[in-house]
Ligand binder design. Structure first.
Ligand SMILES: [Zn+2]
Length: 439
């Protein structure tokens, strides 16, 4: 009988599929043309792989999806911490951005972020920043899947001088990357308090023209709610409803201060929510009502937010925090369980980005975005429950391999697409200017 040729065969591993809690012990996954073509138990001798990896004592799972970040902000990691929000923003982050952010910083920062993300198990990230054409190029170079959108405000950014220019830049981005296998363009107005009603409506129109996601920070802090109420007489979610922009393609980041009625509205329109617990904790914004959102059937993904407010891009840490934050906040250890959090970082993250037909679980026909975790370590021994281990014990640094779109981007702890030493050296060089600029 003729054997079936495949590009890559992973065998002898524990396969966490994220399909109705299915875990395959001693399983294999066959990959061809960037997609999963077969899954099963034990070595499949009818397959003829070009390359085969023995995954004994490792676990393979869908790559993690960081559903909200500002990747290039790794440049501002630790620049200013432990300050009140407005002082932090106005005295440090905004001036540092005004004086330093250019194409080179964004490209290098994103490459550094990609190295950190690949190393800690993320295969897809959803980005919002300045000079997103550079973000797209860096993600492409790193071999990472990325949703990219230029941040848009009423006021000029270091990249665009006007609203018209910002929207044109976004349209160019959408044209440039349509049908790309890795890069997905998006329209990204910053927030309700930095964008006029007119800008938000035009963003919605543009996202309709290209059928791409519309992404906004929403109801992140009490002061945002107060501002929007004073200015428009409505709370943020009702305000967006009034503008006619709520839809299944809207991704709302944070949603910390949403009311019961607003949660109903999010559910009714199929709006997607991204939970960023560490950023919300660090900036003391509050605790998002995630158990309530989930109970209502709202799709919730997980994000790290930017490195200035986290200060890392490790989704394993984010999962651990997401589970524990809701427990301590409610004084209820059942408020959030491990499997719900793993889903937030995988299949639900894929749903948030509208990519669930391709990503988020290990199924035949889906894209091969997979990570490998070495379980043969003291802090991961013994192993009774895989989901508990992933959320409460695994660190990002336990990830040893990563495959994105069928391409190996890390093997045995070595990145194949990024020269980290050079990137870190360049980042340190530019960081000296960043540090001088906020003195
Ligand atoms: Zn953010």
């Amino acid at each position: 009988m003729k054997k079936v040729e495949v590009d890559l065969l992973l065998y002898n591993g524990t396969v966490l599929t994220l399909v109705s809690d299915q875990i395959i012990e001693n399983g294999f996954i066959a990959i061809t043309g960037g997609r999963i073509v077969a899954i099963g138990q034990r070595y499949h001798d009818q397959l003829q792989p070009k390359e085969a990896w023995d995954l004994s004592s490792s676990l393979v799972m869908p790559g993690l999806i960081n559903a909200h970040t500002h990747a290039a902000m790794v440049f501002f990691r630790g620049l200013a911490d432990d300050l009140p929000l407005m002082e932090w923003l106005e005295k440090y982050i905004f001036p540092a951005e005004r004086k330093n952010v250019n194409e080179e910083l964004v490209y290098l920062g994103t490459l550094l972020a990609c190295a950190e993300m690949i190393r800690s198990g993320t295969t897809t990230f959803c980005d919002m920043y300045i000079f997103e054409k550079e973000v797209a190029q860096a993600a492409k170079k790193a071999g990472m899947r990325a949703v990219v959108g230029e941040v848009l405000y009423d006021f000029p950014s270091p990249n665009v001088k006007s609203i018209d220019e910002g929207l044109q830049y976004t349209a160019d981005l959408a044209e440039m990357w349509k049908n790309d296998p890795l890069i997905i363009p998006a329209v990204e107005p910053h927030a309700t308090y930095t964008c006029s009603p007119g800008l938000i409506k035009r963003c919605k129109e543009l996202s309709d023209v290209y059928s791409i996601p519309l992404i906004i920070h929403l109801s992140e802090t009490e002061s945002e709610v107060k501002l929007v109420k004073e200015k428009h007489g409505l709370t943020p979610v009702f305000y967006l409803d009034h503008l006619g922009v709520l839809s299944e393609r809207l991704i709302a980041d944070h949603c910390v201060k949403v009311t019961e009625d607003e949660m109903e509205l999010l559910k009714r329109y199929g709006v997607k929510v991204v939970h960023c617990p560490e950023s919300n904790m660090k900036l003391a914004s509050g605790v998002a009502p995630v158990p309530e959102l989930l109970a209502k059937g709202v799709v919730v993904g997980l994000g790290t937010d930017g490195c200035a407010s986290n200060n890392n891009l490790d989704m394993f840490q984010e999962m651990d925090t997401a589970a524990k934050l809701h427990k301590v906040y409610r004084e209820d250890p059942t408020a959030m369980n491990a499997i719900s959090v793993v889903k937030m970082a995988t299949i639900n993250g894929a749903k948030v980005l509208g990519l669930e037909n391709d990503l988020g679980s290990i199924e035949v026909g889906k894209k091969a975005d997979l990570i490998i975790i070495d379980l043969n370590k003291p802090h991961l021994t013994p192993l009774y429950n895989h989901y508990s281990q992933l959320v409460y014990a695994v660190n990002g640094s336990d990830v040893t391999g990563s495959i994105i779109d069928g391409r190996v981007v890390m093997r045995d702890g070595k990145l194949t697409t990024i020269d980290e030493k050079i990137v870190m050296k360049e980042v340190r060089r530019i960081a000296r200017n960043v540090s001088k600029s906020v003195l």
